[in-house]
Design a binder for this molecule. Structure first.
Ligand code: ZN
Length: 412
């Protein structure tokens, strides 16, 4: 989707401001001799921003306004190296709440809803984003934060929570707990707003079925406000994103070239009005595509598809590019398998090997036969034969955090 005149003018304002600032991107612009952006071609010539640039700017090298204007920082998880610090002005905080309010509205949440928020609060952007949008909408926030499933379920019953905000794996864990404790009649949930993880159709259907709720996927990343820059609508055909706050491009992750609408590639985001830490052409490493055409819901906001994975968790096995999501989609075609799985990739006797662990939902099937059927389907769709091991339901690890379903032992 080409950048329009209005968006271009906003980028130009940002570029002119950054070029004069101490911000890391200002330095990039000066090095490239770029002072303004007047055309699509000039936009496409702007250098990318990378996560590493943001790390190198630690602690406050992203700040693009005088410090008096900064009211808050957030930080992305620093599990691998230096964390990234994102400074926000009062307007940034306000804009984010406004976008998040739109997300709730897109999901049909109203000021009569009670919204149980289970993502974490603090430096992380999740909890506080869900909270600010909820308050902006006028709904009742139940700010639980993560963990303590027993207490979550107690509040869910006593507060008659109607909207659950969580990760997909935590929603599944809650659904399983509700079933186990036979609490179905005491739960008033109508909608789930689920974020931050890649997840398959089967897992989504399980959560929907077991909780009897509608599900909305929310998109966002700490570097660009946080969750709330896009959400799916009730037609479940990708996620609408707010193109008056962000400009979104899809590129070929290997060449950096823009790809046509409808083609899969890496999401690159430019913030249009951010003050504290504007980002120009930030490479997210999330894989998706622009969905061409209008949505049945009538929203004018453009759409991206469900996130297929990370360009960096693309697995190269025996020379073939594989995304975990492709395996997920194959597993979803088997009625006797749960939505949980684990992939282990190792290098044995000079060859790459993929082992897939899956769970049978019933003891009434022949595990060996089922394993063989899965292996055949992977071979047919992807081009190599994995080793498949079927285990009993409940054996694979569930997590309250982002699940780590792919373990690559080749580089350990
Ligand atoms: Zn729609």
């Amino acid at each position: 989707m080409e950048i329009n005149d209005e968006q271009l003018a906003m980028v130009n304002d940002q570029v002119k401001r950054l070029e004069k600032s101490d911000n890391f991107y200002g330095k990039k612009l000066r090095e490239a001799g770029i002072r303004e952006v007047k055309s699509i071609e000039e936009f496409k010539a702007l250098p990318f921003s990378q996560k590493q640039d943001l790390r190198d700017a630690y602690p406050l090298g992203l700040m693009a306004v005088p410090e008096e204007k900064i009211v808050r920082i957030h930080s992305s998880s620093g599990t691998t190296g230096t964390p990234v610090i994102i400074p926000y002005t009062a307007k940034d905080v306000d804009d984010w709440a406004e976008m998040f309010k739109r997300c709730y509205e897109m999901a049909g949440v109203t000021n009569k809803d009670r919204v149980q928020i289970t993502p974490g609060y603090g430096l992380w952007t999740a909890g506080i984003g869900f909270q600010a949008g909820c308050e902006r909408l006028g709904a009742m926030a139940v700010p639980m934060g993560p963990g303590n499933t027993k207490k979550q379920l107690q509040f869910m019953q006593d507060m008659k929570t109607t909207v659950l905000c969580s990760t997909s794996s935590y929603a599944l864990l809650l659904a399983e707990e509700i079933e186990k404790e036979d609490l179905g009649d005491k739960i008033y949930l109508k909608k789930g707003i689920i974020g931050s993880e890649r997840w398959g159709e089967k897992m989504r259907n399980r959560i929907k079925g077991e909780l009897g709720i509608e599900i909305y996927d929310i998109y966002g990343l700490t570097e660009i406000y946080g969750p709330g820059i896009g959400i799916s609508c009730k037609y479940e055909c990708g996620m609408h994103y707010w193109d008056d706050y962000i400009y979104l491009e899809i590129i070929n992750p290997e060449t950096g070239e823009n790809v046509p609408d409808g083609t899969w590639g890496e999401i690159v985001i430019t913030t249009l009005v951010k003050e504290g830490a504007p980002l120009i052409r930030f490479r997210t490493h999330d894989i998706s595509r622009i969905i061409p055409g209008d949505c049945a819901c009538g929203s004018r906001y453009p759409r991206i598809d469900t996130i297929m994975g990370r360009s960096d968790d693309m697995m190269k096995i025996k020379g073939v590019n594989v995304f975990p999501k492709q395996i997920e989609e194959i597993l979803a075609t088997f009625d006797d398998l749960s939505s949980e799985y684990q992939i282990r990739i190792s290098h044995l006797d000079g060859k790459d090997t993929m082992r897939i662990y899956v769970e049978a939902t019933t003891g009434l099937v022949d595990f060996a036969e089922l394993a063989e059927a899965v292996a055949e389907k992977v071979k047919a769709r992807i081009g190599f034969t994995p080793i498949v091991k079927v285990v009993e339901i409940g054996v694979l690890p569930r997590s309250e955090k982002k699940s780590k379903r792919v373990i690559d032992e080749r580089f350990e």
